[in-house]
Design a binder for this molecule. Structure first.
Ligand code: SF4
Ligand code: SF4
Length: 404
């Protein structure tokens, strides 16, 4: 009975998904890819790790930013426990959709995380937000999720030590924890990961850090050491951006071996779980199947090109900030690059649009800039990528997606 429903659900999900993005982006031939080999007949083995001092025992594979009830239901039916979301996804509608989907499930059968998004204004995070902003945003998320409490509440997109240790932010997080409405609190980080991880130890109140981490990160060794130190102090660690941009080369559609990329992250036992964003049921099954054999095979190691220097290009922005000092404009290039990755790597144009919602297009002067002085360390054609994604700002949401 369960299998029948899964087959049916999968078909509907894919139909909706394909219909939703048609015309907006190129649909990849993911289903034929040799890297998407999971299927619903697999008798999956699950591997569990404990999320630091929270004591939560979670499968090492969780899901991030699910865009469909079918994906959530299938994941939970298959044994996934943890779902990560954000009030920023689909303007809060993702939280509403998750709330409706989970309504009839026992509250203790899932672990839900959301947060307060600081990444919409990454500069001067401290000046831009107050304790009250955080608490108001939390209450709104709780309402949309139709829950009495969330399991983990994050300060999202934190980019430096000063923000982590800012007293009003810590007071807000502590008061939410004390009220019982947030069982645990944490931080999410896309850049300056080592600094934020070490600061989380000093902050003492943060139970979890959700960090960008993958085999393509140039300073992955520093992140790994900082993760180890945080774990030693009792912090639970969750990994995101594990897919490293999906493509080696987006123009030739040369894909990264996603199973291998996820395994690379999970080989580090200090990563307690990861939250890949699965775009289809096939991708979900592939992610789950990683737990059957967490060791990288020699072939998978070869696929990740771990020997020698990994090639530049692809879609994964390192968030190294190197470009900021080279650009004549004053806008957030890494976020625009992330938007480009969402559009062409994840094939999620709405998410791509959301990522740049807070960037004022009037600040983006690429169209009138005589030549681009940015030398991206990944070799990105920054100017053309920016000119491509800013067009999303004028595209209505319903043209970009209809899979909810
Ligand atoms: S230099 Fe390139 S990789 Fe580094 S933040 Fe800028 S766009 Fe990203
Ligand atoms: S073209 Fe290059 S240097 Fe000029 S504003 Fe755009 S990103 Fe900056």
């Amino acid at each position: 009975m369960k299998d029948k429903r899964s087959h049916f659900s999968r078909r509907i999900f894919l139909q909706n998904g394909i219909k939703g993005v048609a015309g907006a982006v190129i649909i990849p031939d993911l289903l034929k890819s040799k890297f998407y080999s999971g299927d619903d007949k697999t008798k999956n083995k699950f591997v569990y790790r404990t999320l630091g001092r929270t004591g939560l025992k979670l499968p090492v594979v969780s899901i991030g930013g699910p865009e469909s009830p079918v994906l959530i239901e299938t994941a939970l039916d298959r044994g996934i426990i943890h779902i990560n979301t954000s009030p920023e996804y689909n303007k809060g509608n993702q939280e509403i959709m998750i709330g409706k989907t989970l309504r009839d499930r026992p509250r203790t059968s899932f672990v839900i995380a959301t947060g307060f998004a600081m990444w919409k204004r990454p500069q001067n995070q401290i000046k831009n937000y107050t304790k009250e902003n955080i608490i108001e945003s939390f209450e709104a998320s709780l309402k949309r999720l139709q829950l009495k409490y969330v399991d983990i509440f994050y300060l999202m997109g934190v980019s430096g030590r000063e923000t982590v240790l800012h007293s009003p932010f810590m007071e807000a997080m502590e008061s939410l924890k004390k009220s019982g409405k947030a069982r645990y609190v944490g931080l999410t980080v896309h850049q300056n990961e080592p600094e934020v991880l070490y600061a989380s130890i000093d902050g003492k109140i943060y139970d979890v850090v959700l960090t960008a981490y993958n085999f393509r990160k140039i300073y992955r060794d520093e992140i790994k050491s900082a993760i180890a130190a945080a774990v030693k102090a009792g912090v639970g660690i969750i990994a995101m951006k594990t897919q490293a941009g999906v493509y080696w080369n987006q123009k030739t559609q040369e894909m990264i071996n996603m199973k291998a990329a996820l395994k690379w992250v999970l080989q580090d036992k200090n990563i307690h779980t990861a939250v890949p964003e699965f775009g289809s049921i096939e991708e979900l099954y592939t992610g789950i199947s990683v737990m059957e054999h967490l060791e990288l095979t020699p072939e998978e190691k070869k696929d990740l090109r771990l020997e020698g220097r990994a090639p530049q290009s692809g879609l994964f922005c390192q968030h190294c900030q190197q470009c900021n000092s080279q650009c004549r404009g004053d806008f957030d290039i890494p976020t625009l690059m992330r938007s480009y990755m969402y559009k062409y790597g994840y094939h999620r144009p709405l998410k791509a649009k959301e990522a740049i919602r807070h960037i004022q297009s009037s600040h983006i002067i690429c169209a009138i800039c005589s030549f681009c002085s940015v030398q991206c360390r990944m070799g990105f054609d920054v100017r053309n990528r920016i000119l491509d994604v800013i067009r999303l700002q004028d595209t209505p949401d319903d043209i970009l997606v209809s899979s909810h």
